[in-house]
Write a protein of this length. Sequence first.
Length: 307
Amino acid sequence: MSTSEPDPRAIFGERRHLIAIAYRLLGSLTEAEDAVQEAYARWYAMSPRQREAVESPGAWLTTVAGRICLDLLGSARVRRERYVGAWIPEPLPGRTEWSDGPADPADRVAMDESVNMAFLVVLESMTPAERVAFVLHDVFRYPFAEIAGIVARSPAACRQLAASARRRVRAAQAPATTATTAGQAVLVRRFKEAWEARDIKALVGFLDPGATMAADGGGLVGAALRPVEGGERIAQYLIHMAAKAPGLTLLERTVNGRPGLVAQYAGTTVTVAAFHLGADRITHIWAVRNPEKLRAWNGERVDGAAL
């Protein structure tokens, strides 16, 4: 048992790691910030004597934040049933998130496979308990004994939840790309150039015949309410949208750790597009247009740190 209250700097130092966990659990940077903020509020609501009695403040904060996320996931499923159009996870800019200084491994949120858009979309298919067990164990390597305290189930049940989640990943995850990151960047650049040139034939050539594009406007801006399926239909849709929105500037940016595109109008980011490749063609496009999910792309400060 601790003999003095934990160092506030060490407590605050857990924040980045907690947000990294919460973002993967919730698919929303805004909700992740709120969850972590609530965990800290509960920590400081305790008396100094109660805080001194906590053997591992980091584990305590993780447990509390995990429970908050579990509750949020349950309510989010209800909210997303009423969501206008497709709900796509909030995209992350391609730099070290939530850090103004040198990064440590826990800060590199957008640098591993667990935050690429295809993976986050698969997580959306899981039950809240599956998602918590899978993310904490398979991504962050927490033991099932600790996860059990978060989801209020036995370690054996948590092991089963994680196994069920892995089956969902294997069944639903988009096929892996054979291209290197540099190769993906080249393909996305050529796709961008074809779009700017209104070259529908070239666009079709860059898209898999069975490609799918989903757009998230959240009912706040115009967006296709249902996924657009088929390479040719996607190309036609993109040409139609480009004609309706003159003055857009397309920029190559890293989105959730992979090459993507950002559309700006008068200097404001209005769309962020994430891509997935299979057999060196684009198989999936996720276009986020909901302005509430683009705060980090428009220079707004997120949880005290400019992204």
